[in-house]
Write a protein that binds this ligand. Structure first.
Ligand SMILES: *Cc1c(COP(=O)(O)O)cnc(C)c1O
Length: 219
Protein backbone atom coordinates (compact mmCIF):
# COMPACT_ATOMS: atom_id res chain seq x y z
CA UNK A 1 0.00 0.00 0.00
CA UNK A 2 1.14 3.54 -0.57
CA UNK A 3 1.46 6.12 2.17
CA UNK A 4 -1.46 7.91 0.54
CA UNK A 5 -3.61 4.76 0.76
CA UNK A 6 -2.90 4.41 4.47
CA UNK A 7 -3.67 8.07 5.12
CA UNK A 8 -6.93 7.75 3.18
CA UNK A 9 -7.94 4.68 5.14
CA UNK A 10 -7.22 6.47 8.42
CA UNK A 11 -9.33 9.47 7.33
CA UNK A 12 -12.17 7.13 6.29
CA UNK A 13 -12.05 5.31 9.62
CA UNK A 14 -12.15 8.65 11.45
CA UNK A 15 -15.17 9.74 9.43
CA UNK A 16 -17.00 6.45 10.05
CA UNK A 17 -16.38 6.78 13.78
CA UNK A 18 -17.62 10.37 13.79
CA UNK A 19 -14.18 11.66 14.73
CA UNK A 20 -12.53 14.82 13.46
CA UNK A 21 -10.38 14.45 10.36
CA UNK A 22 -6.71 14.42 11.20
CA UNK A 23 -7.10 13.49 14.87
CA UNK A 24 -5.02 10.36 14.35
CA UNK A 25 -1.26 10.63 13.89
CA UNK A 26 0.32 8.05 11.61
CA UNK A 27 3.66 6.83 12.96
CA UNK A 28 5.55 5.19 10.10
CA UNK A 29 7.48 2.35 11.75
CA UNK A 30 10.79 2.25 9.91
CA UNK A 31 12.67 -0.37 11.94
CA UNK A 32 14.86 -2.70 9.89
CA UNK A 33 13.92 -0.92 6.65
CA UNK A 34 16.61 0.05 4.16
CA UNK A 35 17.41 3.77 4.13
CA UNK A 36 16.13 4.18 0.56
CA UNK A 37 12.64 3.15 1.61
CA UNK A 38 12.66 5.53 4.55
CA UNK A 39 13.96 8.34 2.34
CA UNK A 40 11.19 7.73 -0.17
CA UNK A 41 8.59 8.26 2.56
CA UNK A 42 10.41 11.39 3.75
CA UNK A 43 10.42 12.67 0.17
CA UNK A 44 6.66 12.23 0.10
CA UNK A 45 6.49 14.66 2.99
CA UNK A 46 5.87 12.32 5.90
CA UNK A 47 7.69 13.34 9.09
CA UNK A 48 6.53 11.08 11.96
CA UNK A 49 8.47 7.84 12.38
CA UNK A 50 8.82 5.03 14.90
CA UNK A 51 11.79 2.87 15.81
CA UNK A 52 11.82 0.08 18.35
CA UNK A 53 15.57 -0.04 19.05
CA UNK A 54 17.50 2.94 20.37
CA UNK A 55 20.73 1.67 18.85
CA UNK A 56 19.24 1.43 15.39
CA UNK A 57 17.51 4.81 15.71
CA UNK A 58 20.79 6.45 16.75
CA UNK A 59 22.46 4.93 13.72
CA UNK A 60 20.16 6.44 11.13
CA UNK A 61 18.05 9.37 12.33
CA UNK A 62 20.75 11.98 12.96
CA UNK A 63 21.60 11.86 9.21
CA UNK A 64 17.95 12.03 8.16
CA UNK A 65 17.49 15.04 10.42
CA UNK A 66 20.29 16.83 8.60
CA UNK A 67 18.57 16.27 5.28
CA UNK A 68 14.93 16.84 6.33
CA UNK A 69 13.35 19.36 8.72
CA UNK A 70 10.78 18.73 11.44
CA UNK A 71 11.26 15.00 11.87
CA UNK A 72 9.34 13.60 14.84
CA UNK A 73 10.81 10.36 16.14
CA UNK A 74 8.95 7.97 18.42
CA UNK A 75 10.65 5.14 20.33
CA UNK A 76 8.12 2.30 20.48
CA UNK A 77 10.16 -0.69 21.68
CA UNK A 78 11.09 -1.97 25.15
CA UNK A 79 13.68 0.27 26.76
CA UNK A 80 16.57 -0.71 29.02
CA UNK A 81 17.27 1.77 31.77
CA UNK A 82 20.83 2.28 30.54
CA UNK A 83 19.47 3.42 27.16
CA UNK A 84 17.03 5.92 28.66
CA UNK A 85 19.23 8.99 28.21
CA UNK A 86 20.07 8.19 24.60
CA UNK A 87 16.39 7.59 23.87
CA UNK A 88 15.41 10.89 25.51
CA UNK A 89 18.01 12.78 23.50
CA UNK A 90 16.95 11.20 20.21
CA UNK A 91 13.18 11.07 20.38
CA UNK A 92 10.22 13.40 20.67
CA UNK A 93 8.12 10.63 22.21
CA UNK A 94 8.68 7.34 24.02
CA UNK A 95 5.80 4.85 24.11
CA UNK A 96 7.20 2.26 26.43
CA UNK A 97 7.29 3.57 29.97
CA UNK A 98 6.46 0.37 31.85
CA UNK A 99 8.09 0.25 35.28
CA UNK A 100 8.95 2.42 38.28
CA UNK A 101 12.72 2.17 37.74
CA UNK A 102 12.35 3.63 34.25
CA UNK A 103 10.01 6.35 35.53
CA UNK A 104 12.49 7.53 38.17
CA UNK A 105 15.33 7.36 35.61
CA UNK A 106 13.34 9.49 33.14
CA UNK A 107 12.53 11.97 35.90
CA UNK A 108 16.16 12.36 36.93
CA UNK A 109 17.42 12.79 33.36
CA UNK A 110 14.55 15.17 32.48
CA UNK A 111 15.63 17.36 35.37
CA UNK A 112 19.20 17.45 34.05
CA UNK A 113 18.14 18.03 30.44
CA UNK A 114 15.44 20.55 31.27
CA UNK A 115 13.09 18.72 28.91
CA UNK A 116 11.47 15.36 28.39
CA UNK A 117 9.91 13.63 25.37
CA UNK A 118 6.18 12.95 25.46
CA UNK A 119 5.59 9.69 27.29
CA UNK A 120 3.11 6.88 26.81
CA UNK A 121 2.72 4.14 29.40
CA UNK A 122 2.63 0.65 27.94
CA UNK A 123 -0.12 -1.56 29.31
CA UNK A 124 0.11 -5.33 28.92
CA UNK A 125 -3.61 -5.66 28.18
CA UNK A 126 -3.31 -9.36 27.35
CA UNK A 127 -1.35 -10.06 30.57
CA UNK A 128 1.24 -11.97 28.55
CA UNK A 129 4.27 -13.00 30.63
CA UNK A 130 6.77 -12.35 27.81
CA UNK A 131 5.42 -8.92 26.96
CA UNK A 132 6.43 -5.56 28.42
CA UNK A 133 3.92 -3.23 30.01
CA UNK A 134 2.19 -2.77 33.34
CA UNK A 135 -0.68 -5.10 34.09
CA UNK A 136 -4.14 -3.55 33.77
CA UNK A 137 -4.66 -3.93 37.53
CA UNK A 138 -1.51 -1.93 38.24
CA UNK A 139 -2.07 0.74 35.61
CA UNK A 140 -3.92 3.35 37.69
CA UNK A 141 -1.31 3.44 40.43
CA UNK A 142 1.61 3.47 38.00
CA UNK A 143 0.05 6.31 36.00
CA UNK A 144 -0.42 8.31 39.21
CA UNK A 145 3.14 7.56 40.31
CA UNK A 146 4.55 8.73 36.96
CA UNK A 147 2.52 11.93 36.95
CA UNK A 148 3.63 12.60 40.53
CA UNK A 149 7.22 12.54 39.21
CA UNK A 150 6.23 15.42 36.89
CA UNK A 151 6.68 13.24 33.82
CA UNK A 152 4.77 14.38 30.71
CA UNK A 153 2.49 11.34 30.44
CA UNK A 154 0.35 11.88 27.33
CA UNK A 155 -1.38 8.55 27.12
CA UNK A 156 -1.24 4.77 26.99
CA UNK A 157 0.08 2.22 24.52
CA UNK A 158 -0.70 -1.47 23.93
CA UNK A 159 0.21 -4.35 21.64
CA UNK A 160 -2.67 -6.87 21.62
CA UNK A 161 -1.83 -10.58 21.81
CA UNK A 162 -1.46 -12.34 18.47
CA UNK A 163 -4.60 -14.27 17.58
CA UNK A 164 -7.00 -12.31 19.79
CA UNK A 165 -9.53 -9.74 18.63
CA UNK A 166 -7.57 -6.50 19.02
CA UNK A 167 -10.69 -4.39 19.52
CA UNK A 168 -11.19 -5.86 22.99
CA UNK A 169 -7.70 -4.69 23.94
CA UNK A 170 -8.15 -1.28 22.34
CA UNK A 171 -11.39 -0.81 24.26
CA UNK A 172 -9.72 -1.81 27.53
CA UNK A 173 -6.84 0.62 26.90
CA UNK A 174 -9.32 3.40 26.15
CA UNK A 175 -11.21 2.69 29.36
CA UNK A 176 -8.04 2.81 31.49
CA UNK A 177 -6.96 6.07 29.81
CA UNK A 178 -10.38 7.68 30.27
CA UNK A 179 -10.61 6.95 33.97
CA UNK A 180 -7.14 8.44 34.44
CA UNK A 181 -7.84 11.55 32.40
CA UNK A 182 -5.33 10.67 29.66
CA UNK A 183 -6.09 11.62 26.05
CA UNK A 184 -3.38 9.79 24.09
CA UNK A 185 -3.95 6.26 22.79
CA UNK A 186 -1.09 4.61 20.91
CA UNK A 187 -2.68 1.52 19.38
CA UNK A 188 -3.15 -0.16 16.03
CA UNK A 189 -0.59 -1.62 13.61
CA UNK A 190 -0.66 -2.72 9.96
CA UNK A 191 -3.33 -5.38 10.46
CA UNK A 192 -5.71 -3.50 12.70
CA UNK A 193 -5.17 0.26 12.54
CA UNK A 194 -8.69 0.99 11.28
CA UNK A 195 -10.21 -0.85 14.25
CA UNK A 196 -7.90 1.17 16.52
CA UNK A 197 -9.02 4.45 14.91
CA UNK A 198 -12.65 3.38 15.43
CA UNK A 199 -11.90 3.00 19.14
CA UNK A 200 -10.17 6.35 19.51
CA UNK A 201 -6.49 5.83 18.67
CA UNK A 202 -4.59 9.13 18.59
CA UNK A 203 -1.43 7.39 17.29
CA UNK A 204 -1.32 4.34 15.03
CA UNK A 205 2.03 2.57 14.51
CA UNK A 206 2.15 1.19 10.99
CA UNK A 207 5.23 -0.50 9.53
CA UNK A 208 4.93 -3.25 6.95
CA UNK A 209 1.75 -1.88 5.33
CA UNK A 210 3.72 1.24 4.35
CA UNK A 211 7.22 -0.09 3.74
CA UNK A 212 6.53 -3.63 2.67
CA UNK A 213 7.82 -6.64 4.54
CA UNK A 214 10.73 -6.05 6.85
CA UNK A 215 13.99 -7.27 5.40
CA UNK A 216 15.67 -9.43 8.05
CA UNK A 217 18.97 -7.92 9.25
CA UNK A 218 22.06 -9.55 7.78
CA UNK A 219 23.84 -12.16 9.91
C1 LIG B 1 7.10 -3.23 14.49
C2 LIG B 1 6.12 -2.57 15.37
C3 LIG B 1 4.94 -1.99 14.84
C4 LIG B 1 4.57 -2.05 13.37
O1 LIG B 1 4.17 -3.31 13.02
P1 LIG B 1 3.55 -3.63 11.57
O2 LIG B 1 2.75 -4.85 11.79
O3 LIG B 1 4.69 -3.80 10.63
O4 LIG B 1 2.70 -2.47 11.20
C5 LIG B 1 4.08 -1.36 15.72
N1 LIG B 1 4.35 -1.28 17.04
C6 LIG B 1 5.46 -1.81 17.59
C7 LIG B 1 5.68 -1.70 19.04
C8 LIG B 1 6.37 -2.47 16.77
O5 LIG B 1 7.47 -3.00 17.33
Amino acid sequence: MTLQDINNRIREAEAKAGRNQGETTLIAVSKVQPNERVEAILEEGHRVFGENRVQEAAGKWPQFREAFDDIELHIIGPLQTNKARQAMELAQAIHTLDRPKLATTFARIAQEMGSCPDLFIQVNTGEEPQKAGVLPADADSFIAESIALDLPVKGLMCIPPVGEEPSLHFALLRKIAARNGLKGLSMGMSGDFERAVALGATHVRVGSAIFGDRVPPAG
